[in-house]
Design a protein around this ligand. Structure first.
Ligand code: ZN
Length: 239
């Protein structure tokens, strides 16, 4: 299994949340714009923050660290990627089984009738007030990303937990592993005897439990790992 966070998308030009100078929350209080209550109370303000952010995310391309994880899946060496990122770059890089536990910018949904809208059709839903309105029922349309104050998608978390419990190894990339419930996934794996490899700059609460901790650039570290592994799981020597 691989478990990824904001750090894997930094080389794609997507700032992580709290890096001084570039972090998304440097100049804005997340509770004022990214909370579900803020969305309902002032959707125009919500969208004035998110609309340009989504437009920027849509312009980003996956980097070689995303490609390395897609390649590990192609070789049969990892089963899936669990990600906290909403940028859909794992899929763009070719990963097939991606569990987006914080949702994705790929779709948005009506909060009244649950109609679903693609990223491409979202732009056409905005009125002069800067709020995205459902074309079927005029309800408020919300991106399918998990906001503060919302629960994580239950099915995605169940799938992620089951995969971690069955894994031999969980490779955690670019996540500080501090935000629950995702931060509980490495312990679910450890409790079932899996090993942890952490590729993240800075400390994580799981560093003492990790078999391997790498602090370098995510692209360099993942490509170095890839270079040492067999081209397909079928050619792995039997031990
Ligand atoms: Zn609707």
């Amino acid at each position: 299994m691989a478990l990824t966070g904001a750090g894997i998308s930094v080389p794609s030009g997507i700032p992580d949340f709290r890096t001084p100078g570039t972090g998304l929350w440097e100049n804005v209080d997340p509770m004022e714009v990214a909370h579900i209550d803020a969305f309902h109370a002032d959707p125009a303000r919500f969208w004035s923050f998110y609309r340009p952010r989504f437009a920027e995310l849509r312009s980003k391309a996956p980097n070689r660290a995303h490609a390395a994880l897609a390649e590990l899946e192609r070789r049969g060496l990892i089963q899936a990627v669990i990600t906290q990122n909403i940028d859909r770059l794992h899929r763009a890089a070719g990963s097939k089984r991606v569990i987006e536990v914080h949702g994705s910018i790929e779709t948005s949904s009506c909060t009244s009738c649950e109609a679903s809208f693609s990223m491409a059709s979202l732009d056409g839903l905005f009125g002069d007030d800067g709020v995205a309105e459902c074309s079927a029922c005029c309800g408020k349309v919300k991106p399918d990303v998990v906001l503060f104050g919302e629960f994580l998608p239950e099915a995605a978390m169940e799938e992620a937990t089951a995969l971690c419990e069955a894994a031999d190894l969980v490779i955690c990339v670019g996540s500080s592993l501090e935000v629950y419930p995702v931060a509980g996934l490495p312990s679910a794996a450890l409790n079932r005897g899996a090993r942890l490899a952490i590729i993240t700059q800075g400390l994580t609460p799981y560093d003492p439990d990790a078999t391997v901790k790498l602090e370098g650039d995510v692209i360099e570290e993942l490509e170095a790992v890839l270079a040492e592994l067999p081209a397909s799981s079928a050619s792995q020597p039997s031990l």
